[in-house]
Design a protein around this ligand. Structure first.
Ligand SMILES: Cc1ncc(COP(=O)(O)O)c(C=O)c1O
Length: 366
């Protein structure tokens, strides 16, 4: 590689995490969630590795159409649903399954002249997140309307968990209880669980589970990292040292001079910055793995580079490998340091970073 940053996407790890999801799901079916460009890993890059999932779930119609254009034939669920007659027609032609979360979507569907039995629908029930979905009281009327619509090939029910990342939060049990209080006999299939539901709340499994973040090797819980959950990181974001400097005590480093050298010290400059998706708000002390050694970030994150304190690695030299997150350095840890979540860091990696497909045997990965 040159000295430009790389996001190395480990397909063996992705396969391992899918197996882990399928094992936890037991005999339930799995929608592998690959919205937002496969959580930043590249949707079309990860989709073929997820061929053993029962289906793929995306947020928007355009994402689903991109999968169909890439000749992905699995069932595809569009979590955000359709917003025009043209979108419903496209969805039916592409054999997509569509979420219905708002009365306006139902009205458009009723106006759309679709062929008989051309659309499988998932009604979204709001069980307490108060974002998308019908109330429990509205579901009966929505079901009646869909049953009267010849275009509808199947009616399913789903909801989304708001607090499952905290295993002890009673809100998850309350959401599941509300879901199960409905008459579920009129639905072909039901779905509640995201990754945290799948791994932490057996009562949320139903017929289909919808794991996202765990597939990419990130713990869905606030109190654990991937290793604790037998998940392997899929993305390793890495770069190289492009300069080594020897500063004197009192010299200040980077924009704003926010770090002052307490003593004469070496520092390493690494080619990664917020222009690549490394979080600008990562504070001094955020770890970077340089040649396998954890070194603390110093000074402000720039667009194209960061600096680390290299006193613990006097042998550091230009060209040394630096891991920002991934194998050996959990992205959860970097997210916590930067005051964000792993989802945002992974989704935020910019396309000027070179994406490289790799396959590390799961047995090798510590
Ligand atoms: C409706 C829905 N289901 C499932 C998921 C997957 O969630 P997670 O990535 O936490 O597993 C998401 C992600 O936001 C979602 O919006």
């Amino acid at each position: 590689m040159g000295y430009a940053p790389q996001a190395r996407i480990d397909h063996a790890a992705l396969g391992h995490n899918l197996k882990r999801a399928k094992a936890a799901a037991k005999d339930r079916k799995v929608w592998a969630v690959i919205k937002a460009d496969g959580y930043g890993h590249g949707m079309l890059r990860v989709a073929p590795t997820l061929a053993q999932a029962d289906g793929l779930a995306v947020a928007r119609l355009g994402e689903a159409m991109a999968l169909r254009s890439a000749v992905i034939t699995q069932p595809i669920l569009v979590l955000g649903g359709c917003y025009s007659e043209a979108e419903y027609k496209q969805a039916a032609e592409a054999r997509l399954e569509i979420v219905l979360h708002h009365i306006s979507q139902l009205k458009i569907l009723e106006k759309t002249g679709l062929k008989r039995q051309s659309l499988k629908l998932w009604i979204k029930l709001d069980t307490g997140m108060h974002r998308l979905g019908f109330t429990a009281q509205e579901i009966g009327a929505v079901v009646t309307a869909l049953q009267a619509n010849p275009a509808v090939a199947g009616i399913n029910l789903m909801t989304h968990l708001a607090n499952a990342d905290d295993r002890n939060d009673p809100a998850t049990g309350a959401q599941c209880s509300l879901f199960e209080s409905l008459d579920l006999s009129c639905f072909n299939a039901c779905s509640i669980a995201n990754s945290a539901g799948l791994l932490g709340h057996p009562g949320s499994l139903m017929d289909w589970v919808r794991p996202g973040i765990m597939l990419y090797g990130v713990s869905p819980f606030i109190d654990s990292t991937a290793g604790d959950e037998d998940l392997l990181p899929v993305m390793t974001l890495q770069s190289r040292v492009i300069a080594v400097k020897h500063c004197q005590a009192g010299e200040r480093v980077g924009y704003g001079g926010t770090f002052t050298c307490p003593t004469a010290m070496p520092l390493a400059v690494i080619a990664i910055g917020y222009g690549d998706g490394y979080p600008r708000h990562a504070p001094a002390g955020t770890p970077v793995l340089v040649s396998g050694k954890r070194l603390p970030l110093i000074g402000r994150v720039s667009m194209d580079m960061i600096c680390v304190d290299a006193r613990d690695l006097p042998s550091v030299k230009v060209g040394d490998r630096a891991v920002l997150w991934g194998r050996g350095l959990p992205v959860e840890e970097i997210a916590a340091a930067a005051g964000t979540i792993a989802y945002e860091l992974l989704c935020g990696v910019k396309r000027r970073v070179e994406f490289v497909d790799i396959n590390i045997d799961a047995d090798e990965v510590g």
